[in-house]
Design a protein around this ligand. Structure first.
Ligand code: ZN
Ligand code: ZN
Length: 164
């Protein structure tokens, strides 16, 4: 049975995405608005609302903006369409989504196998991990892979193997 009353109840403009806003302190002490992983900084005050602009508005030319009520502070309008991904959330390379496999060595090191080559964990920085070809010292191979530490999804491959 189709409930007609609930049809069209999601009549929200395409640009208006209801997501819970979070107010966060920036590193410089300013107030930032965070919606769906994107951050906005307060831009100006209009009659009864504040306009918040994407923090990458200037650098990226991003035109996403949010409006909050000056009194209650809730988000009343939001264009959360950005021309860039959420900061720090790099897109994994879909080509390698299924092809990597991992195994532990007898010494307890984690090895990654990708397209017939094996890599050992080199170091982690930020939310990423760098893996280097296990033939690095033997064959002076400079191939490397960078993954997202948390999910081990592959972000990028660097260099080419000089061995088979
Ligand atoms: Zn933006
Ligand atoms: Zn190699």
């Amino acid at each position: 049975m189709i409930d007609d009353e609930h049809k069209g109840s999601n009549n929200i403009g395409n640009n208006f995405v209801i997501q819970y806003p979070i107010f966060i302190k920036s590193r410089r002490g300013g107030l930032l608005l965070s919606i769906g992983g994107y951050t906005f900084s307060r831009h100006c005050q209009l009659s009864n609302k504040f306009r918040w602009a994407c923090t990458l508005a200037k650098r990226q030319g991003c035109r996403a903006a949010a409006y909050t009520c000056t009194k209650e502070g809730q988000v009343i309008e939001c264009n959360n369409e950005h021309n860039h991904p959420v900061k720090g959330e790099e897109q994994a390379d879909a080509r390698y989504a299924e092809s990597a496999s991992f195994k532990l060595t007898k010494r307890g090191n984690l090895l990654m196998n990708l397209e017939g080559f094996s890599y050992s964990q080199h170091k982690s920085y930020g939310n990423k991990t760098r893996w280097e070809c296990t033939q690095r010292s033997k064959a002076r191979c400079k191939a490397a892979v960078v993954t997202l530490t948390e999910t081990q999804k592959i972000l990028r491959l660097y260099g080419e193997h000089n061995h088979s």
